[in-house]
Design a protein around this ligand. Structure first.
Ligand code: SAH
Length: 251
């Protein structure tokens, strides 16, 4: 049996109760060492075999899993944040299916949720944006043209950009070319929820300069949108003049 476990965004106590239990029960743990906080391995059984997937190929990961299965062992595949976001899990699921190996998935706190906590922000502010776009700049992975940052920027929705610190100058240029105003609020959150988390608030026009001045080149999210500003509408749900299934409107 293989359990894909979301490690959470960094802090060791942000893994789910289920994820921590699965780690404690695993015979074999394959963790994404480039991003997962190594402190999480303290949840592992002292006899568990540990493998850092940062130095492995998909084929090598699968070979470890197959060997564990042959011995009736339980494997945890520990991915950073939640494995559904840039987790490269689908290819693993499909290979496991083909090999007839049972697996399940335990969600985790994605870094975009960790970043919201760090910023004390709400991504879906009434009167500002009710849509969150999660995307990235093209890297080794190509972006379909209709999903270019330039094209997505036109929606004026809340934007959360992963995996883009290495091309922050280009990201800034794409946002501006897509019609986002220079003074639109933006933020860079480095290592959200880790002990050395850093939060930088800036504008779209100063994104690259902010990253450069603070030496942020990886392990950070770029957040863009009016949700980082000060004006919004209050919620209808908690408004005295609004009836809900649970509460009548005040006269
Ligand atoms: N599955 C992960 C994302 C993996 S892609 C998740 O749900 O968070 C790796 C990228 O995620 C990094 O380049 C960075 O952009 C972002 N990231 C991961 N952990 C982060 C953290 N604690 N703080 C800020 N960004 C983080």
């Amino acid at each position: 049996m293989v359990h894909f476990v979301g490690a959470g965004s960094g802090a060791v106590d942000l893994i789910t109760v289920r994820g921590a239990r699965l780690l404690g029960e695993a015979d074999v743990i394959i963790y994404a060492g480039s991003l997962v906080n190594p402190g999480l391995l303290a949840y592992a059984n002292k006899d568990a075999e540990l493998y850092n997937s940062a130095t492995m190929t998909l084929e090598e990961v699968m070979a470890i899993i197959r060997a564990a299965e042959a011995e009736g062992k339980t494997t945890v595949r520990l991915h950073t944040g939640d494995s559904s976001i840039y987790g490269a899990v689908r290819e693993q699921f499909d290979l496991l299916e083909a090999a007839g190996i049972a697996y399940d998935v335990c969600p985790g706190v994605s870094s975009f949720c960790g970043a919201a906590a760090a910023l004390k922000a709400e991504y879906t502010l009434p009167g500002v944006s009710q849509t969150v776009i999660i995307s990235r700049m093209a890297g080794k992975t190509q972006m379909p043209e209709r999903e270019s940052i330039r094209a997505l920027a036109g929606h004026n929705a809340t934007m959360i950009l992963f995996l883009s610190m290495g091309v922050i100058g280009k990201l800034q240029a794409e946002l501006l070319a897509g019609g986002v105003a220079q003074d639109t609020p933006a933020a860079i959150v480095y290592k959200a929820t880790w002990p050395d988390e850093q939060v930088y608030r800036c504008t779209v026009g100063t994104l690259a300069e902010t990253a450069q001045q603070n030496g942020i080149t990886r392990l950070a999210l770029v957040l863009v949108g009016g949700f980082l500003g000060h004006s919004y509408s209050r919620s209808r749900l908690y408004s005295p003049d609004f009836s809900t299934a649970f509460r009548g409107a005040e006269p």
